[in-house]
Design a protein around this ligand. Structure first.
Ligand code: C2O
Ligand code: CU
Length: 574
């Protein structure tokens, strides 16, 4: 194995010269296209990559450079791919957000995503244009520690579970429904998918349920046949989990087995032992479990809906103890998830997630605090979500280019508000439910410490307040705390500055607030939004930008639309 020897030599040299010689470039050629597929045994059209759904899993090592040459084979729409959880430090144009970091890639065109994966962890990627994530454009991205480094925990083998939710209505029809006046809600998903597989017509555990669904009769070769995790007794396994759901908040459990959370969003956790776990859209985790149960049996791994009245059956896969036959169904009923609206349970689960000892600590003080009120509103009869009464509408020219080149007409230059009125009562529907569209940017001073308080409120209807998982691009933030009711400056005394977890996604619970802190140290323009696809589509997001003057030359392909395209043409003709 000549190449292995060269690689080894390179690593030895690297130790001497203290450099990153071992870092590898990994090249991928991808084509995005629509294809027929039956994710839940019902044939549909999905957005696939290289003929696969979900898209190919990327495995890399920390420090590697990825080159993904993405060709858009969709006949009539643009596409982009966002690398969820990757910082894109020095390559903000590769963040894959249409209208923010780049122009959508036109049909027939190719864009090369070049970026470094700098931190080991569990990540995923997904479409970030229109509602393409709902169409099935997603896949796993796993970054292992660099050679010679060790994870702070031991395991004998690993599995990867990418969770999502699936509707029988196409994402285009969903988009029209959501944008109609009056709005037509998309409802609950028909099926939950694990690694792109679920069963709509039948249940693996029909024997145990009193529902009318029939027992599945699958050969195993179907596109919807469940994954089986084959394990050896008395070993420890790492389960990597990512949620790419469009809507559903989930709870995962392994029958008879405890799990220990050790990683979240690419950051190590103080080991936290649980019998089931909540997981919100945009979050990733690693959990360890030990195969210490009776080896002559198989066990269920279940994924259930939380936070909304469930109308979607549990997703199930089988944990198979070798050499027991994998076709023996577990002889116990599947795990029962906590009640969907037991928010005390959810809050308590989330607040026990803490950083591993020795993790980076947050700065003691903030330079600026931005309070973001989350509301559901009406604009000329259209149902929208708004932040401090502005519903985000993305401009034709991506922010990164227009800010970098000072194109002043590309978006709203009015500063979006830092707070909301002192009289606003978050526990009731707003007295004035009107709102307006906005495309303004929160300009952050480079290298300053920003606090964001996400404030939840009552939606349009009385006694309704939903969960929103907020995801920040380009950074991790520390989750300083959760609280109920309206945030008050005095709540600062409750902040955890000792061992708050670093995350890129955090939820706000109904009627509550969540406090985040991050350092604005990554030159670029970054989305910060609710990860529920229909909510983002209805305006639930903001844009942050910092240090854009330090951004190096943006590739022309990222600028080939709107006012930046005009600018490029003028430069050529000068
Ligand atoms: Cu995974 Cu902007 O989102
Ligand atoms: Cu939301």
């Amino acid at each position: 194995m000549g190449s292995a020897r060269v690689f080894l030599l390179c690593c030895i040299l690297a130790i001497f010269f203290h450099s990153v010689l071992c870092a590898k470039s990994r090249h991928f050629k991808w084509e995005v296209e629509y294809m027929h597929w039956a994710p839940d045994c019902v044939e549909a059209v999905v957005m696939g990559i290289n003929g696969q759904f979900p898209g190919p899993t990327i495995r890399a090592r920390a420090g590697d450079n990825l080159h993904i040459e993405l060709t858009n084979k969709l006949p009539t729409e643009g596409v982009v791919i966002h690398w969820h959880g990757i910082s894109q430090f020095g390559t903000p144009w590769a963040d894959g957000t249409a209208s923010i970091s780049q122009c959508a890639i036109n049909p027939g065109e190719t864009f090369v995503y070049r970026f470094k994966v700098d931190k080991a962890g569990t990540y995923f990627y997904h479409g970030h244009y229109g509602m393409q994530r709902s169409a099935g454009l997603y896949g796993s991205l796993i970054v292992e520690v660099t050679d010679g480094e060790k994870e702070p925990f031991h395991y004998d083998g690993e599995f990867n579970l990418l969770l999502s939710d699936w509707w029988h209505k196409s994402s285009h029809e969903q988009e029209v429904d959501l944008s109609s006046n009056p709005m037509r809600w998309i409802g609950e998903p028909q099926t939950l998918l694990i690694n792109g597989r679920g069963q709509f017509n039948c249940s693996l555990a029909a024997l145990f349920s009193n529902s009318s669904s029939s027992q599945c009769n699958l050969r195993g070769s179907e596109q919807c046949a469940p994954n089986i995790l084959h394990v050896l007794p008395n070993k420890t396994y790492r389960l990597r989990i990512a949620s790419s759901t469009a809507l559903a908040s989930l709870n995962l459990a392994i029958g008879n087995h405890k799990m220990t959370l050790v990683e979240a969003d690419g950051n190590y956790l103080e080991p936290y032992s649980v019998s089931n776990m909540d997981i919100y859209s945009g979050e990733t985790y690693s959990v360890l479990f030990t195969t210490d149960q009776e080896g002559s049996k198989n066990y269920w791994i279940s994924v259930s809906v939380r936070g909304r009245e469930p109308n979607t059956p549990q997703a199930l896969i089988i944990l198979n103890y070798i050499p027991t036959s994998a076709s023996n169904l577990p002889n116990l009923p599947p795990p029962v998830a906590p009640l969907w609206n037991d928010y005390n349970y959810s809050r308590s689960f989330s607040s026990k997630i803490l950083a591993l000892k020795g993790s980076p600590k947050p700065p003691k003080k903030h330079d600026r605090r931005i309070i973001l009120l989350n509301t559901q509103n009406l604009i000329d009869g259209y149902t929208k979500w708004a932040i401090n009464n502005l519903s985000l509408v993305l401009p034709a020219t991506p922010y990164l280019g227009s800010i970098r080149y000072g194109l002043n007409n590309a978006f709203d230059h009015k500063r979006p508000p830092e707070n909301f009125g002192p009289d606003y009562d978050v526990s009731k529907p707003a007295s004035n439910q009107n709102s307006t569209y906005g495309s303004g940017v929160y300009m952050l001073n480079f290298n300053t410490t920003i606090d964001v308080i996400l404030q939840n409120a009552n939606a349009l209807q009385a006694n309704v307040s939903e969960i929103h998982p907020w995801h920040l691009h380009g950074h991790d933030f520390w989750v300083l705390g959760y609280g109920e009711g309206r945030f008050n400056e005095k709540n600062e005394t409750q902040f955890n500055l000792k061992n708050p977890p670093l995350r890129n996604t955090a939820v706000i619970f109904p009627y509550g607030w969540t406090a985040l802190r991050f350092v604005a140290d990554n030159p670029g323009a970054w989305a910060f939004h609710c990860h529920i696809e229909p909510h983002l589509h209805m305006g639930m997001g903001v844009v942050f930008a910092e240090g854009v003057q330090h951004v190096k030359k943006i590739p022309n392909e990222a600028l080939a639309c709107g006012l930046t395209a005009k600018m490029l043409m003028n430069n050529v003709h000068k």
